[in-house]
Design a protein around this ligand. Sequence first.
Ligand code: ADP
Length: 449
Amino acid sequence: MRNRIFYGIFSVALLVLVASMVLIFSALYTQYSKEYEKSLQNEAYLVAAAIRHTGSGYFSDLKVDKRYRITYIARSGKVIYDTSVDASKLPNHASRPEVKEAMKTGYGSDTRYSKTLSEKTSYSAVRMEDGRVLRVSITQFTLLTLLLRLMKPILLVLLLTIMTSLLLASRISHRIVKPINEIDLDAPTENMIYPELEPLLVRMEEQNNMLNQRIDKLRGDVDEKTREAEFRKEFTANVSHELKTPLTSISGFAEIMKNGIVRSEDVGKFAGRIYEEAQRLIVLVDDIIKLSQLDENQITAKKERLDLYGVAEEVFYTLDAAAKGMDVKVDLSGKHVHVDGVYQIIEEIVYNLCDNAIKYNKKGGTVRVSTGMAEGRPYICVKDTGIGIPQEDLDRVFERFYRVNKSHSKEIGGTGLGLSIVRHGAAYHNADIRIQSRLGEGTEITVLF
Ligand code: ADP
């Protein structure tokens, strides 16, 4: 680019110089030629006047510059006198254009070039009263000869100008290109040095933004993939661990029974423990399946219009025995509000929230479930007077297998997946979850659809 600017400036400077030289020379030359011709005409009249006064004697002691020539021509065209050539040797001049014209009109002029075109001669002829013609001429160099003769100074000027334009072109191109090279490509629009570059810089900025967005997205995708991979790894480890504990118990009890170590009256008790652990396994595997279905969006059931109050009523029916067993009072209030949802998932959300509210309650405590509209959206709220959740655990209880008190949760049959299923189920329905809890006082969880 710098070279192009450099050569551009240089060739324009050179062209302008040569063109202006030619123009100035030819204008000056034309002007001078005209002036010469005019003065030649005056001189012709002056010489004619002098001859009129002094007669032919005028020529006797005449000294003329060799570029000038004065010719005196008889009416017949015969040359009577000539300042540079012997008149008797000159041919008849009657046919010369300027002489012919002067004889006819009183004045005539002409310009003729030498054979080599290096010189031109201008003629001015005046007719005298006696019919004779006085002709004055001057020989000058032609423009071409003049240029050739002035070649040395012209070349010198040209050389000087070429050098100056080379220097200037180099400096100017450097000055033009420097700020372009210094453009900060990370923030092109902050470098609006030339208005002509504005569209280009704006496009560069747009492309930068686009690229950054793509890079951010790719980074985000990679981060998410890494997070997902870690998540899966952790989940698999957790699942194996959760499955292993009941299986070890089952295997242990079964082994003791197989070896016949168990007294016959204890067989029922051992079989009962095996049954309990197997039940725990079934619930766990069930929860894992539900979670992975939600996780991989494998829900086949279609969404339908569901009454949240109605769903809560059915859940209450299922949990009635559990609540009574825990000596917890359950209460349902509110309006029949509707959501578009998958019955299984909504029921699972309400079930898990109510189940937790009963499980983590105190003897004689209560669970209040309410449905209605808030912020223009249908909601269900489950509030208990139970043990509460410490503030630092509030965010974590929705993670898979996270339990505030592991042994207590396991004791009461928790899988650690209930709230995780609630979170995924809510996300599937674009619902928000809000949780409030006070340790020792109770917990309130609202799902806002
Ligand atoms: P779990 O099957 O162990 O109940 P969840 O995912 O349903 O698992 O809940 C995660 C943990 O959050 C529970 O182990 C418990 O410590 C705490 N938690 C959930 N609901 C309540 C509640 N209503 N009151 C107190 N703690 C709760």
